[in-house]
Design a protein. Structure first.
Length: 263
């Protein structure tokens, strides 16, 4: 397995992004519906149901309603879902069934540029979902400005990380049905145990340690901290975690995908 070299990447990578964007424009109306309605469904369900039983939570010395607690986490989950599923199911379909990668290779593009372009597009979808969800939740009074504006660069960073993790799964999966395994073993546990629906302090000590190793935990902390103006020094550690993980997994994803396609 050969790691990608910077010299192998050029501005041609943006052509892959442009191709995916052109396809997205054909179905943008359908793609806009989930990010707009999903947060409303969650807020209605939790706000009218679970929030009544949970009550208010103490968060960084500030008492917040339960719906305010989960609102930023819903944005973080959307970042994970949009990026991960784009580079698993969608990229696999383009590679294996639609033969889009073969068509792109008939151009001056190389494999490294194609794969990086796929991950850049996945991160873009995460940013779009964040902008839509952030707008809806802000109109509901659940996110604070101007900190909410920081969610867009966080969505780009988190989107790149989860896009890389998804692409690694694509590189290692023999068939599309195999994606059920990383979703069950990785995505679902992160969705449930990364501080999304309850504070991490409610978990046993060993479980808190495991949660700190999950990328969604740090993304949730950063999104919640920015969206609710809960600034803390620990957020810098979470940001460092995401930066380092992205710098490691992006080239690893490219290397693994090149090895799979070449073989």
């Amino acid at each position: 397995m050969k790691w990608p070299r910077p010299s192998q990447i050029s501005a041609r990578t943006l052509r892959v992004w442009q191709r995916n964007y052109a396809v997205y424009r054909q179905t943008w109306k359908i793609s806009f519906v989930p990010p707009l309605l999903e947060p409303l469904l969650y807020i209605l369900a939790f706000g009218m149901g679970l929030a009544v039983m949970v009550g208010d939570l103490d968060l960084g010395g500030r008492t917040v309603p339960y719906t305010t607690f989960i609102a930023p986490a819903l944005v973080a989950v959307a970042i994970m879902y949009n990026a991960f599923f784009e580079t698993t199911y969608n990229s696999f379909v383009r590679m294996y069934y639609q033969k889009t990668f073969d068509a792109l290779l008939a151009t001056p593009l190389n494999l490294e540029e194609i794969i990086l372009g796929e991950m850049l597009w996945a991160a873009t979808k995460a940013v779009i979902a964040t902008a839509l969800m952030g707008t809806v939740l802000s109109l509901c009074g659940l996110l604070d400005f101007p900190g909410t504006l920081l969610l867009l660069p966080l969505a780009l960073l988190g989107g790149l990380l989860f896009a890389a993790l998804g692409m690694i799964c694509t590189a290692l999966s023999p068939g599309i049905e195999t994606f059920n395994l990383p979703i069950f073993l990785g995505i679902t546990p992160m969705f449930l145990f990364s501080g999304t629906f309850f504070p991490l302090q409610n978990l046993p000590g060993w479980a808190q340690g495991v949660a700190q190793a999950l990328p969604l935990t740090h993304l949730v902390l950063l999104v919640r901290g920015c969206a609710l103006h809960l600034w803390a020094a620990e957020l810098w550690l979470s940001l460092l975690y995401l930066l380092v993980a992205t710098l490691v997994f992006l080239p690893l994803a490219i290397a693994l995908m090149v090895r799979r396609i070449v073989r």
